[in-house]
Design a protein around this ligand. Sequence first.
Ligand code: 2AM
Ligand code: CA
Length: 267
Amino acid sequence: MHPMLNIAIRAARKAGNHIAKSLEKADSVQVSTKGFNDLVTNIDKEAEAMIIESIKSSYPEHCFAGEELGVIEGRDKECQWIIDPLDGTANFVRGLPHYAVSIALKMRGRIEVACVYDPMRNELFTATRGQGAQLNNQRIRASQPRDLTGCLIGTGFPFRAKQHTESYMNLLTSVFTDSADVRRSGSAALDLCYVAAGRLDGFFEFGLKPWDIAAGDLIAREAGAITTDFTGNTNYLASGNVVCGNPRVVKPLLAKIREHANEGMMK
Ligand code: 2AM
Ligand code: CA
């Protein structure tokens, strides 16, 4: 196993255990609002600090970009860890047990290793570039449907940009009509891993952040899926607009996005 993946897994498990432990004492979780419809808890921040401390003990010169603590520059500019300590915070604060720790390492502009850990189910999704993807050490592969018919598609609503609700709902209507059904889980990192494991056939969402996507994207691609932005290109980490799945699923999803998404959603 890639030594850096080992380091990522150790950090993700520590953070996941901290998150799981917090459930035993309800008053150990303090919720605050950091933006419109955007929650954070002390557990998010503590978990991120634990991840950074854990990785730094092996790689003190690396850089970090995390959801809660921002960018931490290190001397080694070629290595940056992209961290979401708790993807699915809105689920977590309600006791809805669907969230995960997401850690990816970007080296010279490319994601090299990734892990997403679901502490509620003890599911660890991992990938190293060029070496496939695993769930709890077992190789996983994305589904290979012929077209959208019969597909289960994951998505996320534009909770932060409700001005796009109408366009988004038109897109959703079209996807729902031509697929088997749609899921909205509240954790983009897990949605991408579920595409990797064949639990979902495809996924699309717009307005995501790099830390929601970075790890799950590598895991999905190493499982044989493709990821694009809304224009069919690969600028999704920057734009936050993601379509993922088998090319035979991504293609019709992109056609629907072209038809229904407004300009604001494409940016
Ligand atoms: P987060 O928990 O790390 O913020 C899915 O829509 C993505 O949006 C999730 O990965 C989640 O990441 C983020 N998100 C933020 N606020 C949300 C909300 N109110 N409802 C659903 N998802 C939210
Ligand atoms: Ca988060």
